[in-house]
Design a protein around this ligand. Sequence first.
Ligand code: CAP
Ligand code: MG
Length: 399
Amino acid sequence: MTDVIATYYFRPREGVTPEWAAQAIAEEQTTGTWTDISTRQTYVHYLDGVVGEIRPMGGGYTCTIRYPAEIFEPGNIPQYLSVLAGNLFGLSRIAAVRLMDVEFSRDIVPFKGPKFGIEGVRKLAGTVDRPHVGTIIKPKVGLNPKDTAAVAYEAAIGGVDLIKDDETLTDQTFCPLGERLPLIMEQLDRVKSETGRNVLYAVNISTAGDKIVQRAREAARMGANMLMIDVIVCGFDAVRAVAQEPGINLPIHVHRTMHAAITRNPEHGIAMRPICRLVRMLGGDQLHTGTVSGKMEHDVTELRGDNLALTEPFFDLKPTFPVASGGLHPGGVHKEVSMLGRDIILQAGGGIHGHPDGTRAGATAMRQAVDAAVAGISPATYAEDHPELKRALDKWGIA
Ligand code: CAP
Ligand code: MG
């Protein structure tokens, strides 16, 4: 069996050597504890974590730890996380630790990955090589089902490829999922008959662990063409459970609300990279990874690497579509495309529904910005004969 290699950044407290700190992590996460124990039989040692080369980085160090494949229970994601990212974060003699990346071995990836992947989602939406444009219905909560569907129609007819619920909208009484979903799908059918375009709607099925698969089944029965899961708050295994459910053949859009509590501190927590690898292996077809021009904190180098983790060869698993979202507007599109490429979903909530001429014009402006970026034309030049884009740039400027 092939071992799993995790890379950590860590900063020992004063007086603690990096060698001691790295060994303490390896032991805590595998066969040891804080002191010698008489019960660690010699036959147990094949499960020891092995510390690799320790290198200085920033104010601390990085090292790899090799975890024997046998320490993992195949398919048990909570158990994997407990080994790779468990108690180590609280060790008092280590001031900070961050799980930077994980090289999973095939032996512990008994998952099929995305059912659709980038190509499959493109096939559904009828696109070839351009970035997808998505929108989050805003306000994020409060609209009733009828008004939500009306906004969806406007966005779809204006040109978006994808509409999604916001992360806090699930099945509240002001907008029950069972009413909202059929009304939105009806509007998207209308758009299809008027334009021939198949627009996707990611309905947020996030809920309790013992209910999410049932909710996914109901959404599929009601005609959903995409499902959405808030992965951090639902748990990674929610994605696996829905993706592996026989009879549900829908792409899964994965939102990461709450991730910044874990990923944002560059010294402590879990970087986005391992989260990308997990979501891809568990069957997420689309995953939020951030923008280069938007409202959320980002590190461009990390972001590009995260998107690569979603798309580079990974056993035989399909690539996951990276999603750039958060404060995006037409004036930021060229920057996103030049930094992140064309295999990207560019989502705008405020950047579409805040357009001076409304949602439809906002959606059109985003599509025009994408067309300009793909054609290598500057947004300002393209806006000269594209009034929707012009109005957006006048309001928000060019990033
Ligand atoms: C975007 C968004 C997303 C964020 C999350 C929001 O809306 O719907 O949740 O993108 O960030 O509510 O902020 P706007 P990330 O377009 O109106 O900003 O994708 O980085 O996890
Ligand atoms: Mg949101």
